[in-house]
Design a protein around this ligand. Structure first.
Ligand SMILES: Nc1ncnc2c1ncn2[C@@H]1O[C@H](COP(=O)(O)OP(=O)(O)OP(=O)(O)O)[C@@H](O)[C@H]1O
Ligand SMILES: [Mg+2]
Length: 260
């Protein structure tokens, strides 16, 4: 089945197209991942999908990237595995210690986030922990938390006390967090934003609201954060790309389409 991913970057603004079909090897695309992360991935899956192969290089170089590929092509894991690898490499560089800071904000319009999180965060985290232990490396306490309108007061208090490294949230809860002192303290350390199901947001009121929150997050962090957009449709891909990086950003597409 032909399909597309479209990573897009803000520094050089280069998008890429490829298909979702797994390729026969990792093609070196995992070479700059920590061996524990790469090993977990290659023991779990036969190979990166073309979406992953196309998207990881621009994501890893810190560029804003739009990944547009059909449902089930590994987009969510594409974004999360790169984020997890950053945390693993940072933690190991500091003797196994990670600061209590939120480094990745994942925003999804879907409220039922728990299944995605289990598949794309908890399962890799458990597998990577095994790989680290097998290499005699220190365990890493990489924490994730979900913050939606359904989050209980007790859970909200826990978030205030100790920030998760990866915050999973909705556009509405991101807006609420940006309006509170404790939320702003937590978000100020963000380095990367992931916007999942971005096709469902672009062009809607909810999307406009999120676009504003993303700009506020940049202002809070004092810099333009790399944005990773994940889209299950590519029509019109240009509109989704423009939504991801903002109307005033300049960008261009680089297309590489796979037939498989
Ligand atoms: N390289 C891979 N090879 C095989 N399966 C993979 C690969 N990467 C991820 N998967 C698995 O494929 C399934 C779908 O992945 P994921 O949820 O990331 O897809 P998606 O593109 O985000 O889909 P959707 O558009 O429905 O959100 C998950 O079970 C995931 O673990
Ligand atoms: Mg997904």
């Amino acid at each position: 089945m032909a399909a597309s991913t479209a990573p897009l970057d803000m520094a050089r603004r280069a998008p890429i197209y490829a298909s979702m079909t797994p390729v026969s090897s990792s093609n070196g695309v995992l070479d700059d991942f920590h061996p524990a992360v790469a090993s977990w991935f290659l023991k779990t899956f036969p190979a990166p999908t073309d979406a992953q192969t196309a998207a990881w290089p621009p994501i890893r170089s810190g560029r804003s990237t739009l990944v547009a590929a059909p449902t089930g092509s590994g987009k969510t894991l594409t974004a999360f595995l790169s984020a997890l690898d950053d945390l693993v490499q940072q933690g190991l560089a500091h003797g196994g210690e990670l600061p209590d800071e939120t480094l990745v904000v994942y925003v999804s319009p879907l409220k039922a986030l728990s299944n995605d999180i289990r598949l794309n965060l908890q399962v890799p985290l458990e597998g990577i922990a095994v790989e680290l232990a097998q290499r005699g490396l220190p365990p890493l306490d990489i924490r994730t938390a979900v913050r939606t309108g359904d989050t209980t007061q007790q859970e909200r208090n826990a978030l205030k006390k100790r920030a998760p490294h990866i915050l999973v949230t909705t556009p509405e809860s991101l807006y609420v967090l940006l309006g509170s002192d404790s939320g702003r303290r937590m978000l100020a350390s963000t380095r990367t934003v992931i916007v999942d199901e971005i096709h469902a947001l672009a062009g809607s009121k909810r999307g406009s609201h999120l676009a504003l929150s993303l700009e506020r997050l940049d202002a809070l962090c004092g810099r333009r954060l790399p944005r990773i957009g994940l889209s299950a449709t590519q029509k019109p891909i240009e509109a989704v790309a423009r939504f991801l990086v903002g109307a005033t950003s300049r960008w261009r597409f680089r297309r590489c389409r796979s037939k498989r």
